[in-house]
Design a protein around this ligand. Structure first.
Ligand code: BGC
Length: 498
């Protein structure tokens, strides 16, 4: 009996030693994994660095590219597209106008009644619908038919408060937020798609002609009087509300900027000099690229696997379509190389674009002491349960790195535009007031991003100049702006009875 008891005790002791060794090994393994994960995070942070010196280099490169793009067609990665808008709305515009806004995940139709100087915007109504993903990569006819049908339904609901003069054709401003080579205010051909759209039969086609055909197919009696980019619409809408608006920036699914240029400073413009002496330029800054941009391996991989490799590099590190995806890629790497979420890599983490920027923003802005929102999002979206507070903190840190880089680079882009306009230095009589109309879901809803952008811009400009530069949210300025431009280019403009 005694021997047996000793034997059991020995086996028991050996088992205890074994378990202890396993625990220690496990701990060593997990602390090694943790260290590895932290090393990956640190390296990522360093590569995303945006010192003020770097941002100034980015701004200077932006200014240089702006000159090159204005000098000749194809002279730069920045297309610097001529919008054919040489007069921004004055406030005299009158009548009922429609706008159609296509350019991201959602599209909107809008109806406004403009009341001229005294009346302003008398009535406005809008409807919104999402674009079914299949239509983003299908045929142009399918996409335009879908839009035309939604517009037809909206027109059917026009009420009497909108005073449409009898016998008059309805007019529409079309905000089409992709790079378009305009041939006039109401025509232009699509250069290429961005933001996950890829419809081959549309590239090189006249956008207005395609929409007009679809409107006819759906029986909508309407003339497209203005074709504009969302930045141009935002600038026009912004100017209508505040005459100091001279720049518009979109930070949404994609990103871009437009500004008012002296027509004489556009060597590639061979048309007649506009009376105003000005021309609005759609920069297409999303396609900006420079050796000064802090790009990481994650960005290169995202770009290579995208629908438009080699294009829209600035957009791919600053805009809403991509920020969540960059975060996913870093999380996947720490899961794979440092077992950050345990021995198995969570399968959901492998799905491209599963982590969207609004969710990233919610995690980044989680103020609860236990980072509850982060925990819930990790579970709901990525099916990773029971994350520790330590892990959640790392997730928030990664959100911060990705958003900070994007916001600071966007600020540098704005500085580049202000430099080109000569608004970044003091002039005789003090600094000139410049208002930048801002729009897009990223700017509107991601507070950390917006604050970082605005603080960085002030920091880069210096206190005195910063006091004369104002960023202003122009809510749905692009839709109103397109309607205003349709009004100022109306076929009935000579008819003073309006
Ligand atoms: C498009 C621009 C557009 C911007 C913001 C970019 O992807 O190329 O035309 O203005 O997104 O919507």
């Amino acid at each position: 009996m005694g021997n047996v008891a000793v034997g059991v005790a020995v086996i028991g002791a050996a088992a205890v030693v074994g378990v202890a060794a396993l625990v220690v090994r496990q701990q060593m393994k997990s602390s090694g994994s943790w260290a590895r994960a932290m090393a990956i995070v640190k390296e990522f942070e360093e590569k995303c660095g945006t010192s003020d010196v770097k941002l100034k280099q980015v701004a200077d490169a932006m200014t240089v590219e702006m000159h090159a793009g204005l000098a000749s067609e194809g002279g730069s990665k920045l297309k610097m597209l001529i919008s054919f808008v040489d007069n921004l709305p004055t406030g005299d515009e009158k009548g009922v106008f429609y706008a159609l806004d296509l350019g991201g995940t959602n599209f909107r139709v809008l109806r406004v009644q403009l009341g001229g100087k005294e009346g302003g915007i008398v009535h406005q109504e809008f409807a919104e619908a999402s674009i079914p993903p299949a239509l983003m990569t299908g045929s142009s006819a399918a996409l335009f038919d879908y839009i035309a049908e939604k517009l037809a339904n909206f027109v059917d609901k026009e009420e009497k408060i909108f005073h449409q003069p009898p016998g008059r054709q309805r007019e529409l401003g079309f905000t089409f937020s992709f790079p378009v080579m305009q041939t006039s205010i109401d025509s232009g051909t699509l250069i290429r798609w961005t933001k996950g759209f890829s419809i081959d039969d549309m590239v090189g086609q006249d956008v207005v002609a395609e929409l007009t055909k679809a409107l006819q197919r759906k029986g909508v009696e309407m003339r497209v009087s203005a074709l504009v980019n969302d930045t141009i619409g935002t600038l026009a809408g912004g100017k209508y509300a505040n005459k100091d608006v001279d720049v518009a920036v979109i930070l949404g699914t994609g990103t871009n900027a437009a500004y008012v240029e002296h027509a004489q400073a556009i060597p590639k413009w061979h048309g007649p000099l506009p009376n105003s002496g000005e021309m609005v330029i759609n920069m297409e800054w999303g396609n900006f690229r420079s050796s000064h941009l802090p790009l990481t391996d994650y960005d290169h991989a995202l770009d290579v696997e995208s629908l438009n490799p080699g294009e829209q590099i600035f957009e791919k590190i600053t805009s809403g379509m991509y920020l969540g995806e960059i975060l996913r890629r870093v999380l996947l790497r720490i899961a794979e190389e440092a077992s950050f979420f345990g021995d198995d890599v969570p399968p959901k983490l492998k799905i491209p674009f599963v982590l969207r920027t609004p969710e990233m923003s919610a995690m980044h802005q989680d103020t609860s002491s236990d980072l509850r929102v982060v925990g819930v999002k990790m579970k709901d979206i990525l099916e990773i349960s029971n994350t520790s507070l330590k892990q959640r903190r790392v997730v928030v840190e990664l959100c911060n790195i990705v958003a900070t880089r994007g916001a600071r680079l966007a600020a540098a882009g704005i500085l580049g535009v202000l430099k080109k306009m000569g608004r970044d230095t003091l002039r005789d009589g003090g600094p000139e007031k410049t208002v930048i109309a801002m729009d897009g879901g990223l700017y509107e809803h991601y507070t950390e991003y917006r604050n970082c952008l605005e603080n960085t811009l002030s920091e880069l400009l210096g206190e005195e100049i910063a006091s004369s530069i104002v960023t202003e949210h122009s809510n749905d300025g692009s839709g109103i702006g397109a309607a205003l431009l349709a009004a100022s280019h109306s076929q009935y403009l000579e008819d003073k009875s309006r």
